[in-house]
Design a protein around this ligand. Structure first.
Ligand SMILES: *[C@@H]1O[C@H](CO)[C@@H](O)[C@H](O)[C@H]1NC(C)=O
Ligand SMILES: *[C@@H]1O[C@H](CO)[C@@H](O)[C@H](O)[C@H]1NC(C)=O
Ligand SMILES: *[C@@H]1O[C@H](CO)[C@@H](O)[C@H](O)[C@H]1NC(C)=O
Ligand SMILES: *[C@@H]1O[C@H](CO)[C@@H](O)[C@H](O)[C@H]1NC(C)=O
Ligand SMILES: *[C@@H]1O[C@H](CO)[C@@H](O)[C@H](O)[C@H]1NC(C)=O
Length: 335
């Protein structure tokens, strides 16, 4: 009797273990079951009609294409989709990958639609890159809820509307790329009030209008690219003599200010002002800048002698052409 009972126990135990095996083989993987569930959901909704190659059920999702898991927590912390013929929209389910830190969608021109609001659930997100897609709709205000964002790239899309003023709330942002979209309106005044890190600003190739807010002169930007917009008026406040800016590109706008009066940060190494309405003369002080290696003031209304010294004479003539009356090498002698 007792033997039979013992045998029953042993038998039950073995049976139980055998039944457990399939679940066991999944939990043996690094992949967290919560992440697995979300990925299955993404696989269903993403880029129909094609599923994502290499996402095989009941295998370790940490080894799947486009995915990386954190080495300690084993939670999915990176998702990177590059150049593919995927189509559809960005799946809202991505917002449920609670441990995501890096998210990339790049060169997927058949992906369209707006940025899903669910991305704001990704409180650990540090790096968001949605670049070279055919995304439309606004650049959403709600992205500023991603307090840990260090890098934001939304360039080469078809985003329209204005730049969210709320983006000045980012405190850890190192760079923001909104270039090559269809953005309109003016640069927000709030971009002169970043309270933490001051990000590199890339706003080129849009349809931004109006004057550059005076407040931007309060910020020590490292790199600033406002080229190929329709900005008007003064830009001299962007040059801070005691700042550490390294590169400024304001080319192809409608800017109009007296260049003679501008004083420059010692760190400036590249300045492109071509195709504007800038007048006055080229300040001699520029020739003293130690790192100055890129300069284009063509197609403006400058006058007077090109300063001698520094790199001024080694810059090609094409950097000076089409001004009102600039003269001296590499252009013709002044008369
Ligand atoms: C992903 O979708 C494809 C096509 O529907 C399917 O064959 C595959 O099993 C799915 N993978 C996962 C992990 O759900
Ligand atoms: C986009 O989709 C169209 C038709 O669905 C296809 O012919 C084209 O190759 C796709 N383009 C890319 C870049 O994947
Ligand atoms: C996506 O954008 C490319 C140009 O970048 C364009 O040729 C293509 O037709 C667009 N596709 C869709 C589906 O909008
Ligand atoms: C930089 O210069 C501006 C005026 O040109 C001045 O108001 C500001 O206090 C200076 N900042 C530092 C850190 O010296
Ligand atoms: C300076 O800008 C003008 C106008 O865009 C361009 O034609 C020229 O090639 C540029 N110079 C150099 C050296 O790139």
């Amino acid at each position: 009797m007792e033997n039979k009972f013992l045998a029953f126990i042993v038998f039950s135990f073995i049976l139980f273990s055998v039944l457990l095996v399939p679940t066991h083989s999944v939990t043996n993987h690094r992949c967290h079951p919560d992440d697995y569930k979300v990925l299955v959901e993404i696989n269903k909704t993403i880029f129909p009609p094609d599923h994502i190659p290499g996402w095989v059920p009941n295998t370790d999702c940490c080894n799947w294409y486009a995915i990386d898991c954190h080495y300690k927590t084993n939670r999915v912390n990176e998702l990177h989709f590059y150049s593919n013929d995927y189509s559809g929209q960005i799946p809202p389910a991505i917002g449920d990958l609670a441990y995501l830190e890096y998210l990339t969608f790049r060169k997927l021109t058949n992906i369209t639609g707006p940025i899903p609001r669910s991305l704001t659930k990704l409180k650990r997100l540090r790096y968001l890159r949605i670049s070279w897609l055919n995304m439309t709709g606004p650049v959403p205000e709600f992205l500023s809820e991603l307090h840990n964002l260090e890098f934001l790239e939304l360039n080469f899309n078809q985003f329209s509307g204005s730049i969210p003023a709320s983006f000045s709330k980012f405190t850890k942002l190192l760079a923001v790329h909104l270039d090559r979209n269809r953005l309109t309106g003016s640069i927000p005044e709030s971009f002169g009030h970043f309270t933490g890190n001051v990000p590199d600003l890339y706003l080129s190739h849009n349809q931004l209008t109006g004057t550059i807010p005076k407040s931007l002169g309060n910020m020590n930007f490292d790199r600033l690219d406002l080229s190929r917009n329709k900005l008007v008026g003064d830009a001299s406040m962007l040059f801070r003599p005691n700042g550490t800016t390294s590169s400024i590109d304001l080319s192809r706008n409608l800017l109009e200010f007296d260049f003679s009066k501008v004083r420059f940060p010692k760190t400036l190494n590249s300045l492109d002002l071509n195709h504007n309405r800038i007048y006055g003369s080229i300040p001699k002080e520029l020739s003293d800048l130690q790192y100055f290696g890129g300069f284009n003031v063509s197609y403006n209304r400058l006058c007077g002698e090109i300063p001698t010294g520094g790199n001024f004479q080694s810059f090609e003539a094409s950097n000076y052409i089409h001004n009102k009356c600039l003269c001296g090498p590499p252009l013709l002698k002044c008369t």
